[in-house]
Design a protein around this ligand. Structure first.
Ligand code: GNU
Length: 309
């Protein structure tokens, strides 16, 4: 029995690309959906052709064609879906309900990893509007999976370093500030920050692990449990330059939310829960990725930040 066959839905996306690469790197027969809706998105098409060069098999399908999804799912053992939940890019978490229907009908899937990869939506029932939509939608997908008795693993991957570390967790930017840095509160609340490829490595390691069947896998390696202040100190050490620190209270941070556009309101909510409430680290976890897979030498954030100097 060779390595189980993996189908990635969303393989040209931000985390999806890394999951396709990790699946190939770990020796799985790897299938990637080529959605007809791609149309003239030449970057996505070129990304798919690159995967084909690396040995992946492209499978034509469309979310508007149920049978095409059933046929694609029947080719594999494991399905991984990565749909953007970020509101200033695309946002289509609920599209997964169609994929759940196809997996239910196909009946052959041994593990389904839906599009999670962030905070644990199961712990966000008190999340503020409108950002709570991200979690409500993920919970709706979880409900459909469990009602269909589809074997699953939910991967709670916490903060993508690209969105939270490169910018020292400043909103509306992806690169570090040069003069001043805004601290949320005292800057000492602990978050969890992950290199995107490490998230993908753990996701692929877990797909045939009985220890994570119908469980949530938390990606919370001890070396990457850091506060914003620790991120800034890593950066100051790398650059040899101190940043002016501005301390933003929760009240100041939330005050302008009503004047922002929808996507920004969503972001403010997510940042508030992460950096003022500490929602990523204010609870104990059972299945933790670096404990289950100690062989993974996950990237520390000083290494990650070197690229931005
Ligand atoms: C944060 C963002 C970055 C938004 C999660 C506005 C869901 C999660 C840690 O929506 O992925 O500047 O878990 O100005 O479960 C967005 C996402 C990031 C916030 C990115 C998020 C994290 C959403 C911004 C910004 C960098």
């Amino acid at each position: 029995m060779g390595k189980c066959r993996v189908l990635i839905v969303g393989g040209t996306g931000y985390i999806g690309k890394r999951i396709v690469k990790a699946s190939l790197d770990q020796g799985h027969p790897t299938y990637v959906i080529q959605r007809r809706e791609i149309g003239l998105d030449i970057d996505k098409l070129q990304t798919l052709l690159e995967f084909k060069k690396q040995g992946a098999r492209l499978v034509q399908a469309s979310f508007d064609d149920h049978q095409s999804l059933v046929d694609a799912v029947k080719m594999v053992d494991v399905v991984i879906c990565t749909m953007s939940g970020v509101h200033f890019r695309s946002h289509n978490i609920l599209l997964q309900l169609k994929l759940v229907e196809a997996i239910k009908e196909a009946g052959n899937v041994k593990r389904f990893l839906p599009s999670e990869f962030g905070m644990d939506p199961g712990r966000m029932e008190n999340a503020m509007e409108p950002g709570r939509v991200t979690f409500d939608e993920k919970m709706e997908v979880r409900k459909a999976i469990e009602e269909a008795n589809i074997p699953y693993t939910y991967v709670v991957a916490n903060c993508f370093a690209g969105y939270f570390v490169g910018n020292l967790s400043q909103m509306d930017s992806l690169i570090p500030p040069t003069e001043k840095v805004r601290f949320y509160g005292d800057g000492n609340v602990k978050g969890v920050f992950m290199d995107e490829y490490d998230i993908a490595t753990y996701a692929i390691k877990t797909i045939d692990d009985p220890r994570t069947l119908n469980k949530t896998l938390y990606v919370r390696p001890p070396g990457n449990i850091l506060s914003q202040r620790e991120l800034v100190e890593i950066w100051e050490k790398l650059t040899g330059k101190k940043l002016e620190k501005i301390y933003v209270s929760a009240q100041e941070f939330l005050a302008p939310i009503k004047s922002l556009d929808f996507a920004s309101q969503v972001g403010v909510g997510h940042f508030y829960h992460i950096f003022y409430e500490g929602c990523l680290t204010n609870f104990e976890v059972k299945e933790e990725a670096s404990k289950l897979y100690p062989e993974v030498d996950y990237k520390r954030m000083d290494e990650y930040l070197k690229l931005y100097v």
